[in-house]
Design a protein around this ligand. Structure first.
Ligand SMILES: [Zn+2]
Length: 183
């Protein structure tokens, strides 16, 4: 899941926790400016802030910047996202920059969430070898081989040949019966 933040109207601010002199949307803002305006400070749960990897900054219904979230800070009842703007060529940024807000526009809440198909490849999940480490793929490098070798050891007496023959037998399906007995 990614977070989406809608910029409000441009306004000057004092005592901003991020030290900014203004917040909100203004025309022709750069991606850096949109990220700086949009990375805080928001009412959102710290738990959600910790889970989001990408943030879309929306101004006037259009995505103005896509940021990668690397951390957050708490300022009273508000959250500041930390991270950086994604550059050209990043699949998440390229899919959404300049496009309409991907979150349904029914809610007035500036903070919203959405699943982005493009972010799936960047989301960490446990390595399938069972080592307990996280990876953005099915396995950490080399751990697919390790997982297969473990099965060869456990079920085929350590013989890769037996394993391969077993796989071939499984794929061939049940042996044909009564073959050659038609006469
Ligand atoms: Zn592993």
């Amino acid at each position: 899941m990614a977070a989406r933040f809608k910029l409000g109207s441009y306004e000057t601010v004092r005592d901003d926790p991020l030290g900014r002199s203004h917040v909100g949307f203004f025309p022709r803002m750069t991606e850096e400016e949109a990220w700086d305006a949009g990375r805080g400070v928001w009412r959102m749960s710290a738990g959600k802030a910790a889970r989001e990897k990408f943030a879309l900054i929306v101004g006037e219904g259009v995505v103005r910047a896509v940021g990668q979230v690397t951390g957050f800070a708490v300022h009273g009842d508000r959250i500041e996202l930390q991270g950086h703007v994604l550059g050209e060529g990043h699949p998440v940024r390229d899919a959404y920059l300049g496009k309409p807000d991907p979150v349904g526009t029914g809610s007035q809440n500036p903070v919203g969430y959405c699943d982005l198909p493009e972010e799936k490849q960047f989301i960490l999940s446990p390595c399938h070898c069972g080592c307990g480490l996280d990876t953005d793929r099915d396995f950490l490098p080399g751990h697919d081989v390790r997982a297969m070798q473990a099965r060869v050891r456990q079920h085929f007496g350590g013989s890769p040949l037996k394993f391969i023959q077993w796989v071939d037998d499984q794929l061939a399906g049940p042996a044909p019966k009564e073959e050659g007995q038609e006469q």
